[in-house]
Structure formats: C-alpha cells, structure tokens
Ligand binder design. Structure first.
Ligand code: IMP
Ligand code: MG
Length: 185
C-alpha cells in the first residue's frame, strides 16, 4: 500500500514550528487591530487549517467567510488567471477584512483578491499568509503578515496540496520529484 508519507522528500516546517509561528502571528495581528472587529476570509481550500488555527488566538470579534478562487489547474505553474469559484456570503462594504491565504507564490491570486475587495468598498484590507515564495513573484505583492518564507520548491501539507492530495499532513514538506514530474497520473 502506498502511504501518504511515502511520497515525502523532506519535512521543511515541523508541526511545532507551525504552532509557535501561528501564535506569534496572532499576537502581531491582535496588536494591529487593537480589538476592532474583522471579517476573516478563508481562501479555500489551502488556508483552511492555518486559518482555523490562527483565528482561535485572535482576541477581537471575527466573522468568518469562505472564498474559493483559483489561478492554478492541476499544474504547478500559475496560469495567471483568477476565477472565483465560491464567493463570500456577507456584505463587505465598509468592513475591515483580513484575507487568510496558505501561500503567496506568483502573487497573482492575492493581488487580484485584494483589488476585488477594494472595488466592493471594503474598509481596511490586510493579508496574512502562512508561506511566501518571494523569488517566484510575477506581480509585486507582499502580505502584511507572513508566517515563513520558503525557497522555490513545491510544498504540501497543513492544507497545501498537489492535485488535491497531501492536505492532511500535519507538517509542511517537499514532495519527491517523480510525484509531480509524472506527465499524466
Ligand atoms: P499565486 O497566485 O501564484 O500567488 O498562487 C497562490 C496559490 O498557488 C496558492 O493558494 C496555492 O494554492 C498554489 N501554490 C503555489 N505554490 C504552491 C506550493 O508550493 N504548494 C502547493 N500549492 C501552491
Ligand atoms: Mg490555494
């Protein structure tokens, strides 16, 4: 039987490191908002684990909303196009928004999302990302709060997927090359 962990090359960020960083990020975010209520937008599916761990340490009132967008197909290279697959349910006009993302790679998804909330008349819009790959940007974009910077390797786990798999790993890891270099699997 092929187990989940058979495909892992190396653990890059451990459970313990994630847990500690999530609490530090929550502190930074609490300081910034100083008790102001926010709408936390979970960017599905990847940020679900990170976002739910993070918001339980926030000390203001938080309304949660789910959004699903994609700039990726099954490929590991961004197509550069943003499609909204599921939109938020509540009115964002005048509301302060914290967008919670799993990883910022090319920057296309987040710059598009932020622009969309701006156009809808949201108030203050901030972005927190668990991971960032600064070397991969094709549009200039920096998150307001970043968990970890990672090199240009494809990573999975703690919400991050390859072809919708590996999200349930408790840590962040790189995959063995033959997994994502298979032409059709
Ligand atoms: P961007 O628009 O290129 O910044 O892409 C962001 C999205 O690409 C993320 O939300 C992920 O779904 C996906 N992505 C980028 N790099 C990785 C990776 O290393 N592992 C898994 N997903 C990734
Ligand atoms: Mg994603």
């Amino acid at each position: 039987m092929n187990k989940l962990t058979d495909d892992i090359e190396q653990i890059i960020i451990t459970e313990r490191q994630i847990e500690e960083r999530v609490k530090q990020l929550a502190k930074e975010i609490n300081n910034y908002y100083n008790g102001n209520p926010i709408i936390a937008v979970f960017v599905l599916k990847g940020s679900a684990f990170f976002a739910s761990d993070l918001i339980r340490w926030l000390n203001m009132h938080v309304v949660i909303e789910f959004m699903s967008v994609s700039s990726y197909g099954r490929d590991t290279v961004s197509s550069g196009k943003l499609t909204i697959k599921k939109d938020v349910d509540s009115e964002v006009k005048g509301k302060d928004i914290l967008i919670i993302e799993d990883i910022i790679d090319t920057g296309v998804t987040l710059s598009g999302l932020k622009e969309m909330f701006k156009q809808r008349g949201a108030g203050d819009i901030k972005v927190v990302t668990m991971l960032s790959k600064p070397s991969r940007r094709i549009v200039e974009f920096e998150a307001d709060f970043t968990g970890f910077e990672v090199p240009d390797v494809f990573v999975v786990g703690y919400g991050l997927d390859y072809a919708d798999k590996y999200r349930n790993l408790p840590y962040i890891a790189s995959l063995k090359k033959h997994i994502y270099e298979q032409p059709n699997q």
